[in-house]
Design a protein around this ligand. Structure first.
Ligand SMILES: NC(=O)c1ccc[n+]([C@@H]2O[C@H](COP(=O)([O-])OP(=O)(O)OC[C@H]3O[C@@H](n4cnc5c(N)ncnc54)[C@H](O)[C@@H]3O)[C@@H](O)[C@H]2O)c1
Ligand SMILES: C[N+](C)(C)CC=O
Length: 489
């Protein structure tokens, strides 16, 4: 059945009648057929959201009632977890266990923002002017355009949809054109939860077309984008047309720092997970490993041995540890970076090619790859590959570790492995990153803000800041004994 768009409370095909075939990256088979919307459909969705914001019930609904609807969406996601997880695996190739974990997180995000919906009663502030009242309240921003990537399709959408609705905004969501399946399903749940017509709209289609309309259209008040840095720059530029509020969650080239005093087994195990989880297609992947020189050789030897044993395969096979990359084009990009690394003088320790296993020939697989002898000036160390490619550099001492870790345009996340807590705290303070993990890699949860320093983005998702992104702050001042000023006689 055709996957349709949801505009003004109705499931619709693209106005042009165009469709797109959604491909399973494990075997290139057709996973689904989806409507391929364009600017015309985006405009219709924006108009529906505008009307629902300006004249509809949603922003005016008591915050607790909005919270109840957002909570229902969480409940329905838990109820339909298995179906959603299977769709996510079909669409992205990630393992079913990863998809199940994503669905648990996603339900938790809706629950978290549902609970926050009615907790902000405003704040009375001390006015310096006699006989006056002064208070600060938060109100919804308006119509929010929300654009999401293919690597965590529903999770990244949830981080935007849940707080925006809880705060009383109306939304137009555009998932990646290659992975729309779970977002379509969640809109069925949004409808089932009783969200009023026009409050939540879904458009499908290409970024440069349906997506660009969201950032350019002057009826959109806020644009929230998760994706690549080059797209982020374009969105920032077009959002200036009506000075939209913007939130950008962009890429990373995240350092994973291992000191000689680290727990060796823990650090090797986590370095593998940091780099190769979801075939390295994670914005916060630990793609830059920095190992203290005294343990470098032993560490790399063990890491390489284990990377060579990672079991690739179908996400639906329970023995699979990692799936394919998302598409033929993306694998081409990964291969291009591997060639660049070789030319730059990095030493290929393992991987560096497509697997030979006959079972994997139809999918977009690439072997987990480790390069040693890397230096900060190399492109392979500076640029986001977004695939299963890990670079290893060495350092001596804290100062050099921090300098090398910070030597990038990005500042999303990173980790420090050491048994010396004072050292860990000192490093956490020195790192210019939105998230620092100590003796761990990858944890994120609804309660903690997520976002990047430097060119990794603008703003924060999750936590209380994730709700504040979707509110305007208003100061209301009341003069209790007003009298004419007679300034102008
Ligand atoms: N910081 C984070 O939390 C986070 C999370 C996940 C992914 N990412 C980043 O996402 C990137 C991978 O995702 P991707 O390849 O889907 O990114 P992308 O930038 O190619 O696409 C992201 C989304 O933007 C849309 N788009 C493309 N061009 C557009 C335009 N001109 N105007 C409006 N929309 C447009 C796409 O259709 C898609 O929906 C990586 O760089 C990764 O680091 C960041
Ligand atoms: C934000 N995160 C880690 C869930 C996905 C990044 O690609």
């Amino acid at each position: 059945m055709l996957k349709k768009m949801y505009i003004d409370g109705a499931w619709v095909e693209a106005a042009s009648g165009e469709t797109r075939t959604i491909i399973n990256p494990y075997n290139r088979e057709k996973a689904a057929e989806a409507a391929e919307g364009n600017r015309e459909d985006a405009k219709a969705a924006i108009q529906a959201a505008r009307k629902a914001f300006d004249q509809g019930d949603w922003p005016a609904l008591p915050a607790g009632e909005r919270g109840d609807i957002v909570q229902k969406i969480a409940d329905f996601i838990r109820r339909d977890k298995e179906e959603l997880a299977e769709l996510e695996t079909l669409d992205t190739g990630k393992t079913l266990d990863e998809s199940r974990e994503d669905m648990d997180d996603i339900a938790g995000v809706f629950q978290y923002f549902a609970a926050l919906a009615d907790k902000d009663g405003g704040e009375v502030i001390p006015s310096p002017i006699p006989d006056s009242d002064s208070k600060v309240v938060h109100e919804p921003v308006g119509v929010c355009g929300q654009i999401t990537p293919w690597n965590y399709p529903l999770l990244q959408a949830a981080w935007k949809i849940a707080p925006a609705l809880a705060a009383g905004n109306t939304i137009v969501v555009k998932p990646s054109e290659i992975t729309p399946l779970t977002t379509v399903k969640v809109f069925e749940l949004i409808e089932e939860a009783g969200t009023p017509k026009g409050a939540a709209n879904l458009i499908l289609g290409k970024g440069a077309d349906a997506g660009a309309e969201l950032s350019e259209n002057t009826d959109v008040d806020l644009i929230s984008f998760t994706g690549g840095i080059e797209t982020g720059k374009k969105i920032m530029q077009s959002a200036s047309v009506n000075v939209k509020k913007i939130a950008l969650e962009l890429g990373g080239k995240n350092p994973n720092i291992v000191f000689a005093d680290a727990d060796f087994e823990l650090a090797v195990d986590q370095a593998l997970n940091a780099a190769f989880f979801h075939a390295g297609q994670v914005c916060s992947a630990g793609a830059r490993l920095l190992v203290e020189d005294s343990i470098h050789d032993e560490f790399v030897e063990e890491l390489v041995k284990r990377a060579g044993n990672i079991k690739l395969g179908s996400g639906f096979n329970e023995n699979t540890q990692s799936g394919p990359v998302i598409s033929a084009e993306h694998r081409d990009k990964v291969e291009k970076y591997v060639e660049i690394a070789k030319k730059e003088g990095a030493k290929l320790e393992v991987g560096g090619s497509r697997p030979e296993d006959p079972e994997l020939q139809d999918g977009f697989f690439y072997l987990p790859t480790v390069f040693s002898n890397c230096t900060s000036d190399m492109n392979i160390v500076q640029e986001e590959v977004f695939g299963p490619v890990l670079t290893v550099e060495t350092f001596t001492g804290r100062e050099e570790a921090a300098a090398k870790a910070n030597d990038t345009i990005y500042g999303l996340a990173g980790a420090v492995f050491t048994t010396d807590i004072a050292k860990a705290e000192e490093m956490a303070a020195a790192l210019r990153l939105g998230t620092v993990w100590i003796n761990d890699f990858h944890p994120y949860f609804a309660q903690a803000p997520w976002g990047g320093f430097k060119q990794s983005g603008i703003g924060r998702e999750l936590g209380k800041p994730g709700l504040e992104e979707y509110t305007e702050t208003k100061h209301i001042f009341r003069n209790k004994k007003p009298e004419p000023l007679h300034w102008f006689k």
